[in-house]
Design a binder for this molecule. Structure first.
Ligand code: NAD
Length: 419
């Protein structure tokens, strides 16, 4: 395999972030050398019978970065741009995220390069079952537990769980999280990432002395994360003035009708055909004047090129890797309060952990219990990062990475090297 296959903007960003944080930590160079690379990376062919009888061979990936703290954990992404480099970056971020919020889990990520919007239900099911079969020997409740990410949902998780269970000869709900409640999913998982983002925004607003009610917000991406963030912010009395998805952006300075947007998205599986507000581009959306900006779509949306034009007070990263390293210093100069991805969107993996624990115990919790435990874990992590950031005068992102990396490095040194 050529080195180029590992390289993409997201993997370069993940490496640069790691290098900066590990230098600040004075990390043992032997540990750093190992943590720069994933433990294992798989590329699989996923032959799928299409509705017209043709067989199309998709490319799938599963990258397992580090499992020193516990089984690998990470989502599965279906998107045309999925690559080995992108999945590797996302896997590395999962390691730091699980560690930062204190979960006994490692980091992994998977994906298939495909456009789920172009596939029929049958094609999506065939692709998912074959992808699962190809990685079956490398996943499992004690080994590696997949979950949803962009382009996948609870139905895809149900097919993964069923395929794995058919091969084992009995039901194994704990092999995957983010599945429907009817087959061992947990209450509150679908909303967990977006809800967690809003818990973190609330903590940031309190710290900054901004009353959340009456704030304005802009959300990029209107899928699992973005739509829940929008709904939860509106519930708190925030005026949502801009939203977008892959079909474009919608803006109304007086506030968009959130419930109506949710109805459109539910019916059309996107915001296409939305008649509310004025249509703008995704680029224009990010530059709207607002109190709270939430990127909840793809990586590398905020760069050196546009960071100077952002006009928000709080940037809460629902997406993974939406801001590049050069943009970080520009945002710091502009005094934007950044809630970094590995903290802001950690609610998803926290409730995935709760789901795994409930499945292993065969004992299920109420949604109130889930939400309370989620809020406690995230709030504790937020204040740990904020306090250290103030004490050391280092940005929130670097501190979050430093805490995450340090716990993993400490565990590695205790366990030492098997040779
Ligand atoms: P999703 O597939 O449910 O939704 C993605 C949304 O982004 C859709 O509305 C899509 O139209 C939009 N989008 C795609 N390309 C776009 C573009 N170029 N410009 C603007 N919008 C675009 O995915 P999701 O699960 O909501 O994930 C969104 C982000 O959140 C990803 O970065 C993902 O890694 C991250 N994340 C998700 C979870 C989770 O639990 N689902 C957890 C942590 C982090």
């Amino acid at each position: 395999m050529s080195r180029d296959e590992w390289q993409c903007p997201a993997s370069e960003l993940a490496m640069k972030q790691f290098d900066v944080a590990s230098a600040k930590l004075n990390l043992d160079p032997n540990v750093a050398a190992r943590l720069r690379r994933p433990g294992r990376a798989m590329i699989v062919s996923v032959p799928t019978r299409m509705d017209d009888g043709r067989v199309h061979v998709f490319t799938g990936y599963r990258v397992q970065h580090n499992d020193v703290l516990g089984p690998f954990k990470g989502g599965v992404r279906y998107h045309p741009e999925v690559s080995l480099g992108e999945v590797s970056a996302l896997a590395m971020w999962m390691t730091w995220k699980c560690s930062l919020v204190g979960l006994p889990l490692g980091g992994a990520k998977g994906g298939v390069a495909c456009d789920p919007a172009e596939l029929s239900r049958n094609e999506l099911q065939s692709l998912t079952r074959r992808y699962t079969a190809e990685i079956l020997n490398f996943i499992g409740p004690e080994v590696d537990v997949p979950a949803p990410d962009m382009g996948t949902n609870e139905q895809v998780m149900a097919w993964i769980m069923d395929t794995y269970s058919q091969h084992k000869g009995h039901a194994v709900p704990e092999v995957v999280t983010g599945k429907p409640v009817a087959i061992g999913g947990t209450h509150g998982r679908r909303e967990a990432t977006g809800r967690g983002v809003v818990y973190m925004i609330t903590e940031a607003a309190n710290y900054l002395g901004i009353g959340i009610t009456g704030c304005t917000a802009v959300v990029q991406g209107f899928g699992n994360v973005g739509s829940v963030v929008t709904q939860e912010l509106a519930r708190l009395g925030v005026t949502v003035i801009g939203v977008s998805d892959r079909t474009g952006g919608y803006f109304d300075a007086k506030g968009l009708p959130v419930e109506k947007l949710l109805e459109v998205a539910d019916k059309n599986h996107s915001l296409e055909g939305c008649t509310y507000g004025e249509m703008i581009t995704n680029e224009e959306l990010l530059e709207l004047k607002c109190d709270i900006l939430v990127p909840a779509a793809l990586e590398m949306q905020i760069t050196e090129e546009n960071a100077g034009r952002l006009q928000c007070r709080i940037l809460a990263e629902g997406a993974n890797g939406p801001t590049d390293l050069d943009a970080d210093s520009i945002l710091a100069q502009k005094n934007v309060f950044v809630i970094p991805d590995i903290l802001a969107n950690a609610g998803g993996v926290v409730v995935s952990y709760f789901e795994w624990v409930q499945d292993l115990q065969n004992f299920f919790w109420t949604e109130d219990e889930v939400n309370k435990k989620l809020r406690d874990i995230l709030t504790k992590a937020f204040h740990e990062v904020l306090n250290l950031s103030l004490k050391e005068d280092v940005g929130m992102r670097s501190v979050a990475l430093m805490i995450g990396i340090k716990r993993v490095a400490t565990a590695m040194l205790w366990r030492s090297l098997y040779a």
